[in-house]
Design a protein around this ligand. Structure first.
Ligand code: TEU
Length: 562
């Protein structure tokens, strides 16, 4: 089946974190006019579409993923008129715009929840999930994704409400058809204003087993992971299909599903066009391979063979059916360069190699703001410098409650916390990295004097200019969009190399992920063809032969006609 809404299949997306992108009114916070002011920059990358994290009215307990009004812009981000100017600017430049739709939960300050929690007779009571306590405590021992219980006591009605995320993010009750009607209306509202699609936040958590069975807990823990009772249950398919039928399909809107803890057997179902569910799949779990399970704060060390196996797994499963997002970082992860690359001698080379290695795979590349500059993790020197709800939960649990070494926990937070990648975008070498003339809401990374847009724009060999070439080189390539994938040396822990092949094109991407000189044997099926270098981070112009020797962190992409 051919998809009608297919512009995105050859697209590259740019992810904006609005609070940290650009501050147009010098209050220390990025805003919507700030995005508008930088549209020429985004366009200059050659990307096709922008996805922005939320900017709706919100108390920002989870930085906007706690929405208090789905139809209004938070005053700190601007106004609806500012938004209209922004979307016009995006469309005028030939780009598309996807917004975040956060409807697994709302803010506890949303008027629905204010009313629901005040009285059992509220018309909004069933918009949320309230339950009586059991033996003087929570209705079940489910743990929240951010730590602690997933239930919060609600005094006015003497019962508890469910929040899979923070206390201020009560879960919406999708078993109530009125919630569906409300969300369909919200989609309608933004579609009328010109949005091109949505990223559905945490949507595969929307259907819960509302008998709330207790779960097993780790020794010493009060609460346990209850994913088996709320992840990717059948309701998710029903809900998204109904939204598709009512709004998304008829209005030609594109969706990207953020899927956390997604079981393999669901992914074909979610992405098969005939099911009319999601367009692109964004696997939150794609970056779990260098840690213990879902625990981002227990890193196990990076091996490039694990990255290859992970990509092979998801891409292989979807090949011929659907597309996943390709990314190594986002606002929920640390900076890929600090995690997988080299932040010292080979910073620039390795930033280019990480990008080159991902960009020629099958899928839709997503660039998270600042990645195109080769940004590294922000360095925090004390817990007071952080902002994220997840960080504070982790600190309280490990330092305050369990008495673990604060120095060690700080080190871990500097390695893996979400704030490491949420710092202001460095625009130039001036004060506050040119992001704002006032002290920014979150610390600016200390490397901004070297790593910033102005400096990199002027340097032809910068990471930024490599990304521009990379995006241009990727576009429109048959082998990249739908070609087969075969790995060269899948087990190697030094390089990530692969071949993509379609009816008329052969492409080979070689990426040395080590500080060693590495020799890669080229299969005869490729070496027999005349291949030309289309991208190199070492200014190589020609390469041939049955083996290729790569310098430390060198990357190289070549193509040939068949
Ligand atoms: O993320 C979903 C999600 O599962 C993450 O919260 C994840 O568990 C967490 O980052 C662990 O570190 C989305 C958004 O991307 C995230 O920013 C929000 O906090 C979350 O939903 C709740 O809306």
């Amino acid at each position: 089946m051919t998809r009608k809404r297919d512009w995105w299949q050859d697209a590259v997306f740019y992810q904006v974190y609005p609070r940290s992108f650009f501050d147009s009114n010098d209050d220390g916070e990025g805003d919507i006019p700030g995005i508008t002011a930088k549209l020429d920059y985004i366009k200059s990358l050659g990307v096709d579409a922008i996805w922005s994290c939320p900017y709706f009215r919100s108390p920002k307990a989870d930085n906007g993923y706690d929405v208090a009004d789905y139809r209004d812009i938070d005053p700190s981000f601007g106004t609806l008129d500012d938004w209209k100017i922004m979307i016009k600017g995006i469309h005028d430049r030939g780009m598309k715009f996807l917004m975040d739709l956060v409807v697994n939960h709302s803010s506890d300050e949303h008027e629905w929840f204010r009313s629901a929690r005040a009285s059992k007779d509220s018309p909004y009571r069933d918009y949320y999930i309230f339950r009586e306590g059991k033996d003087g405590r929570e209705p079940s021992n489910w743990g929240s994704i951010f730590g602690g219980s997933a239930w919060e006591y609600n005094e006015p009605t003497d019962d508890y409400y469910l929040h899979l995320f923070a206390v201020k993010q009560p879960d919406l009750n999708w078993e109530n058809p009125k919630v569906m009607d409300e969300v369909a209306d919200i989609i309608d509202f933004w579609a009328d204003l010109g949005v091109d699609g949505f990223r559905l936040d945490a949507f595969n958590n929307s259907d819960k087993d509302q008998s709330f069975p207790d779960v097993e807990t780790a020794p010493g823990d009060k609460y346990g992971y209850a994913g088996q009772y709320y992840v990717s249950r059948p309701g998710v398919d029903r809900y998204i299909h109904e939204l598709y039928r009512r709004e998304l399909g008829p209005r030609d809107l594109v969706t990207v599903a953020e899927l956390a803890y997604c079981p393999d057997e669901k992914i074909i179902q979610y992405s098969s066009p005939e099911n009319e569910e999601f367009d692109m799949l964004y696997f939150f779990d794609m970056l779990n391979f260098d840690q213990n399970g879902y625990d981002k704060f227990s890193p196990t060390g990076f091996r490039v063979s694990d990255l290859k196996k992970t990509m092979d797994h998801w891409i292989g499963a979807l090949h011929g059916t659907g597309y996943c997002a390709l990314f190594l970082g986002n606002h929920d992860q640390c900076r890929p360069l600090s995690r997988f690359g080299n932040t010292n001698k080979y910073r620039i080379r390795s930033a280019k190699t990480l990008a080159n290695a991902m960009f020629f795979l099958e899928g839709i590349p997503y660039i998270y703001q600042g990645e195109e500059l080769g940004m590294t993790n922000t360095d925090f020197t004390s817990i007071d410098e952080f902002n994220d709800v997840e960080v504070f939960h982790y600190w309280n649990e490990h330092v305050t409650e369990k008495g673990e070494d604060p120095g060690k926990i700080l080190e871990l937070l500097n390695m893996r916390s979400r704030d490491t990648s949420r710092s202001p975008m460095p625009w130039n070498a001036e004060k506050n990295a040119g992001f704002s003339r006032t002290k920014p809401w979150l610390k600016v990374g200390s490397e901004y004097k070297n790593i910033n847009v102005e400096a990199e724009d002027a340097d032809p060999d910068s990471v930024l200019n490599f990304y521009r070439k990379l995006i241009k080189t990727r576009h429109g390539r048959e082998a990249v969009i739908k070609g087969s994938l075969s790995w060269i040396g899948m087990e190697s822990d030094e390089h990530m190399s692969y071949i993509r092949e379609s009816d008329h094109e052969l492409l080979i991407s070689l990426n040395n992920f080590s500080e060693n000189i590495v020799t890669v044997s080229i299969p005869e099926s490729v070496s027999a063809h005349s291949m030309s270098v289309i991208l190199s981070n070492m200014s190589r112009e020609t390469v041939s032969g049955a083996s290729i020797t790569l310098e430390p962190w060198e990357c190289l992409t070549m193509t040939g006609k068949k």
